[in-house]
Design a binder for this molecule. Structure first.
Ligand code: AP5
Length: 213
């Protein structure tokens, strides 16, 4: 199963991808997480990407395509994978096609911008393992600490309100046209993402053909 999660920043792609990944036993590949790790480690890719990510802009297509090409060649991807945050431009989707990779389904999580802005202000992430929480909708068991590894939770640098507005603009201008791209291939599945995490998961699984979800 090869699944793509599309959606605005904060639409819940990472949250749903992690749940579906466990359910189907396939890895989630998040370009955002890979790039943030590269920034943290100070690799050449990370140094080149830092200014883009901090300003809510997209990292250039050639950089992201080569990251994905390398990751998809890993053995754990041979039975399928979930792409969270890739492709994000039509040229990236075309690059995926040129790699001979056609997804089985493209889930587009639909959430209004006002809901996104409020979600982002409450997001907390683990600086060590990258697990994501929300102060209201998905709080950790112990305030400020990751349930999985116990490390401190932080606010992502690009979750500042002014950067969130820029990310939403980039999404509408550059990423949203992908819906038309995948609709024309008959692969687009639109899923309402504005309700609770559990309801969104149930809708996502039903869209993927899972019975009794
Ligand atoms: P990336 O990390 O991919 O960020 P994003 O797409 O902006 O998405 P987010 O991670 O912010 O949100 P999400 O949809 O995963 O939501 P989440 O589940 O966390 O990319 C960051 C940057 O990297 C980009 O800006 C760009 O610079 C660069 N980049 C990455 N990929 C690239 C590419 N392909 N090309 C070029 N550049 C690229 O949920 C958000 C919050 O809401 C959480 O707190 C969560 O707990 C909560 N929540 C989730 N679902 C619900 C719900 N149903 N109800 C209530 N709360 C919820």
């Amino acid at each position: 199963m090869k699944i793509i999660f599309l959606g605005a920043p904060g639409a819940g792609k990472g949250t749903q991808a992690e749940i579906v990944s466990e359910r189907f036993g396939i890895p989630t590949i998040s370009t955002g997480a890979i790039i943030r790790q590269a920034v943290k480690e100070g690799t050449p890719t990370g140094i080149a990407a830092k200014t883009y990510i901090d300003n809510g802009a997209l990292v250039p297509d050639d950089v992201v395509v080569s990251i994905i090409q390398e990751r998809l060649a890993a053995p754990d991807c041979k039975n399928g994978f979930i792409l969270d945050g890739f492709p994000r431009t039509v040229p990236q989707a075309e690059a995926l096609e040129r790699m001979g990779i056609r997804p089985d389904a493209v889930i587009s999580l639909e959430v209004d911008d006002e809901v996104i802005v409020s979600r982002m202000s409450g997001r907390r992430v683990c600086g060590e393992c990258g697990a994501t929480y929300h102060v209201v909708s998905l709080p950790p068991k112990r305030e400020g600490a990751c349930d999985k590894c116990g490390s401190a939770l932080t606010v992502r640098r690009d979750d500042k309100p002014e950067v969130v507005c820029d990310r939403l603009r980039v999404y509408h201008e550059t990423t949203e046209p992908l819906k038309g791209f995948y609709a024309s291939l008959g692969l687009l599945l639109s899923v309402r993402g504005a309700d609770s995490v559990g309801e969104t998961t149930a809708r996502t699984l039903r869209a993927l053909g899972v019975k009794n979800a």
